[in-house]
Design a protein around this ligand. Sequence first.
Ligand SMILES: [Zn+2]
Length: 249
Amino acid sequence: MKEEDLWEQEEYERRRALLRARRKRESERALYLGIVLSLCCMTVLAIAGGALFRFLKGRRAEAAVKEVPVPPKTVQTPPEYETALLSVNEYSRPGDPLEEVKGIVVHYTANPGTTARQNRDYFEGLGLSGETYASSHFIIGIEGEAVQCIPCDEIAYASNERNADTISIECCIPDETGKFTDETYRTLIHLTAWLMGSYDLSVDDVIRHYDVTGKACPKYYVEYPKEWERLKQDILEYIGTYGENAIMN
Ligand SMILES: [Zn+2]
């Protein structure tokens, strides 16, 4: 090879090496740039994400503060009932004030086939016979008819030590099982729901005579506690369906 050719060959190799080195530097630079840009993007996203999270959290807290409590629903009107108050007498209507109502006590009459009116007249008769002390604020008959015997601001003789702070409801029964008819049941649910609203009571304030004294009254709903629980559930559902939200000032 001529000296000139050799020099050209060397020069060619040298340029190629320089070119390779430059390309390598360029590709490394591009990689570093890529990494740096990626890191920058991630940082920006993290900051933006954090800010968005704080913003939404703030909005939620603001919404929670602004949320107005919904007033509880109450049933505003009672079922139809006859008012046939007992004469004031020692045995069934003492006339003592019922100063505070903290509960509603459900009973059964224990005399199958009798009407609300017959039971009311029995209580009235106690005033003359003096046979025993007994009465109830309301009596519901097997056809769903209801009679009020004692004003709600006077005590009745129905629930022993809870006479002083409860309203009592006697339910008539068609037979020995003590199960209420559908009609009785419906009136009981409506009457109880209305009384709960009137006295600001919860469904836990609705109790059986059994819960006061351990007496098997109302019989069917003592023998079948699940039926009693269902009755209370039905009261809540009734209020949910027919109740209205009171207007809060
Ligand atoms: Zn009872």
